[in-house]
Design a protein around this ligand. Structure first.
Ligand code: CS2
Length: 496
């Protein structure tokens, strides 16, 4: 008689003790931790970054376990709940190291578990709410919230059943105020300069539409520290899942991976206690402005540059793009000659060493970081990563020709995807697809059409020197096929 097929065992509290030696596991009793943090957006980045720092400090301070809340899809909840919130982090160094992370004690899907989310937000034990919801999740306008955004408009119409992050934050704060519970601190961990300040202004503007008293209370009582987060985290794929499950000897439905390097700088402005973050290696600082900007401009902007120009060159990954001499030389020159001069001088910050370290991280052959992943959401990323540098260079009378090449590269990428019938991942995907299809290759007409995207270009579109430089860059990329792109990049001296 055939023996029964053994049920495939799953990573969970019950199987933790049986994991092979060499796989790191939580160094504390998970059952004796309590939830002190609600996190919105438990994607790969949160689980590879903040949740790992919290995992490091729970042994010494058990009050800060995480309730992870997805705002839209049930995928993370469905993968992690059967695993008691456990998942594996693969650290992609010379030798891959595995670590099971235990800091997420609860996983909720907000649209399906509204009461549970509100109960957590109102819980006095929760003193911190963190967010990684990507740039678009904030529904920002130039200096507040976009009141016309469909998610915000829907929440304003029925604020007790929110859908947006800002709607949830404000509803949670309203409950706490009503019950006499001290507010939580709100910590944005997304790649936006002044992320805390921008979120604060957006929350206040939203709350003012609903209740001036509540808005006044939030303004007086709630802290929104700024933060800078950094660790390269390629999306999880089947190869990772299979590798990890094979090494663990049990199934992990959704492991995550990242480079060994990680950094988290947080403004030390918490009103209701905070986790002892410094014990886990977080840098707490009175003023982080400058660090967030350096990271966005010197890491994320080059990343987007590699993504668009590398995709046009038909390359797949960051490491491959860095092996393409014309592109690697272009990016390095962009960083050293055009971006470094835009950064304020900071005590203890050596921009040249920072550039060197970033280039080294981009070259890491152990990481398969898809350019297509970084190319997502260009309409949200370009303003924070590149267009601010261009605006400042214009004001200061510095050259902008090279800085315009990645912007033109994005336009060519949009055009190419549209002509190939490939959908973009971008909140403006429909408008961009229409624009891309209407492009004729004529620099004057095409650039003018893109510049009408007000939420992307804002006042820059009326700046003649910018329009001129962008047209020139777009013209140099020509038909945007690999030959033309390589020639434009190799000839970069000429774009000065
Ligand atoms: C990347 C970032 O996907 C992207 O747009 O530029 O996720 C980048 O890897 C991280 O910010 C690194 O800290």
């Amino acid at each position: 008689m055939a023996s029964p097929v053994p049920a495939i065992r799953r990573l969970s509290d019950g199987t933790l003790a049986a994991l092979p030696a060499g796989v790191a596991v939580p160094a504390y009793d998970r059952a004796s931790t309590s939830i002190g943090i609600v996190h919105f957006g438990p994607g790969a980045f949160h689980r590879a970054h903040q949740a790992v720092y919290i995992d490091d400090l729970l042994a010494g301070d058990p009050d800060w376990a995480i309730c992870a809340v997805s705002l839209h899809s049930a995928g993370v909840r469905d993968a992690l709940r059967p695993q008691d919130g456990l998942y594996t982090l693969a650290l992609l160094g010379e030798r891959e190291r595995l670590r099971v992370v235990g800091s997420i004690r609860e996983v909720l899907c907000a649209p399906q578990e509204r009461e549970a989310v509100l109960a957590r937000l109102a819980d006095p034990g929760v003193r911190l709410v963190t967010l990684t919801i990507t740039e678009k999740g904030y529904c920002l306008s130039a200096d507040g919230v976009d009141l016309a955004h469909p998610d915000i408009a829907a929440d304003l119409a029925s604020p007790r059943t929110p859908g947006s992050a800002i709607g949830w934050l404000v509803e949670g704060l309203r409950l706490r105020r009503g019950r006499g519970v001290a507010p939580y601190t709100v910590l944005s961990c997304d790649n936006l300069a002044d992320n805390g300040g921008r979120l604060r202004r957006a929350v206040l503007q939203y709350a003012r539409q609903l209740d001036a008293g509540l808005a006044g209370w939030i303004e007086a009582e709630v802290a929104f520290p700024r933060s800078m987060v950094d660790s390269i985290t390629p999306a999880s794929d089947d190869a990772l899942r299979e590798r990890v499950s094979a090494r663990l000897g049990v199934d992990d439905a959704w492991p995550v991976q990242r480079e060994p390097y990680t950094q988290w700088v947080v403004e030390d402005d918490f009103r209701n206690g905070r986790p002892p973050l410094e014990r886990a290696g977080v840098v707490l600082s009175a003023d982080i402005a400058g660090y967030d900007r350096a990271k966005l401009r010197l890491l994320n902007a080059p990343h987007s540059t590699l993504a668009y120009l590398g995709s046009l060159l038909e390359l797949d990954t960051v490491a491959e793009a860095m092996r393409e001499p014309c592109l690697a030389a272009f990016v390095e020159r962009l960083m050293r000659e055009d971006i470094v001069p835009s950064l304020p001088t900071l005590d203890g910050f050596d921009p040249e060493a920072y550039v060197e370290a970033i280039l080294e991280r981009f070259r890491n052959p152990a990481i398969r970081h898809l350019l297509a992943q970084i190319a997502w959401d260009g309409s949200q990323k370009l303003p924070v990563r590149l267009l601010g540098t261009i605006a400042e260079a214009l004001d200061a009378g510095r050259p902008i020709a090279r800085l315009c090449v990645p912007v033109a590269g994005w336009m060519c990428f949009v055009r190419r995807q549209a002509t190939r019938g490939i959908a973009l991942v971008d909140p403006l995907a429909d408008a961009l697809a229409r624009l891309g299809r209407a492009c004729s290759g004529d620099p004057v007409r095409d650039v003018e059409a893109f510049l009408r995207l007000d939420s992307v270009f804002g006042a820059l579109s009326g700046e003649p020197r910018f329009v001129h430089a962008l047209r020139a860059a777009y013209a140099r990329l020509g038909d945007a096929l690999p030959g033309a792109v390589a020639a434009a990049l190799a000839d970069e001296g000429g774009v000065q």
